[in-house]
Design a protein around this ligand. Structure first.
Ligand SMILES: [Zn+2]
Length: 297
């Protein structure tokens, strides 16, 4: 069956407050459900932008117009004061997503910190970062999320092992081709991995002649009718400046006969058949630094 598993990453205060409700309206108008991964602690993404002001990142910012995507306050948020706490302010937004029938996943406590430093943390600090965020998210929705996704796909074997002690049924921590059970230190983990198979907007834009004009053509050309496609959109982008483009994308893929579903639907379908695999940190087109990529055993 032609399938797109839809994942919505929510990284920032603005993305939660403005992007998420906009995306909920877009999805509801088409009867589509997805998996929302929430960040619930302080929004320090501004710090992230400053830290990454290297020539290559500057180029990427210009390519994707980060200030336009994330709003002008993102540049300042977290630079001089602790960013506002997303979960505290937008609990009702997160609950509304659940009530609309979407799947709720855990993304981060502090997205910026996790993306920049999670893998370098001690095991205790890593556990605390997850516990803190999970407690807030669970408090908001009233139930433990079934799934988690490492910010920026920054994941290693140690993180997967730590996550396996949390009650997630499956995770989406890497880029790759098909769902698999990670093998860490010779041991198969019970939490399925559902890798993201398609590029994100900010990765694709400005590469190989991709612009807003042909972005949807490019994304659709990458779809595999006979395999699982996993797409990540961002509340900040597709729920903001790129929302009209995303609506057109949805209309086109639905017309092409794709079903668009939350990742949890796939997790159930492949639970018994998914093979084993592993992850490795690699450079990735359109991204700063290394991220987790699926490899065969
Ligand atoms: Zn993210």
């Amino acid at each position: 069956m032609k399938t797109i598993a839809l994942r919505i990453d929510v990284d920032t205060y603005r993305g939660t407050g403005r992007g998420v409700p906009a995306l909920c309206r877009i999805l509801a108008a088409r009867g589509v459900k997805g998996t929302f991964y929430f960040s619930v602690g302080p929004d320090n993404m501004g710090r992230h932008l400053w830290r990454l002001l290297k020539p290559s990142f500057l180029w990427k910012m210009l390519r994707t117009d980060a200030a336009g995507l994330y709003g002008p306050e993102i540049i300042l948020m977290g630079t001089a004061w602790p960013g506002p706490k997303i979960g505290k302010r937008f609990g009702s937004v997160i609950r509304a997503v659940k009530e609309a029938g979407h799947e709720i996943g855990f993304h981060a406590w502090d997205h910026h910190k996790a993306q920049a430093r999670l893998m370098a943390m001690t095991t205790g600090a890593m556990v605390q970062e997850i516990e803190q965020g999970l407690a807030v998210l669970t408090g908001i929705t009233g139930e433990l999320p079934a799934t988690s996704a490492a910010p920026g796909w920054r994941a290693n074997d140690r993180l997967l092992e730590i996550k396996s002690n949390f009650p997630f049924r499956y995770n989406s921590d890497c880029r790759g081709n098909h769902p698999f059970y990670p093998v860490v230190n010779g041991k198969k983990l019970e939490q399925l991995q559902i890798p993201v198979t398609l590029p994100t907007y900010d990765e694709a834009l400005g590469r190989d002649g991709v612009s807003d004009r042909n972005y949807n053509d490019f994304q659709i050309s990458l779809l595999k009718p006979d395999a699982l496609n996993v797409l990540t959109i961002h509340a900040e982008a597709e729920g903001g400046r790129c929302s009209a483009m995303f609506e057109e994308y949805l209309d086109r893929v639905l017309k092409l006969g794709y079903r668009v579903v939350p990742l949890g639907v796939i997790a159930e379908e492949v639970r018994d058949s998914a093979p084993e695999g592993r992850i490795e940190l690699c450079g990735f087109p359109g991204r700063e630094g290394e991220l987790a990529v699926q490899k065969e055993l």
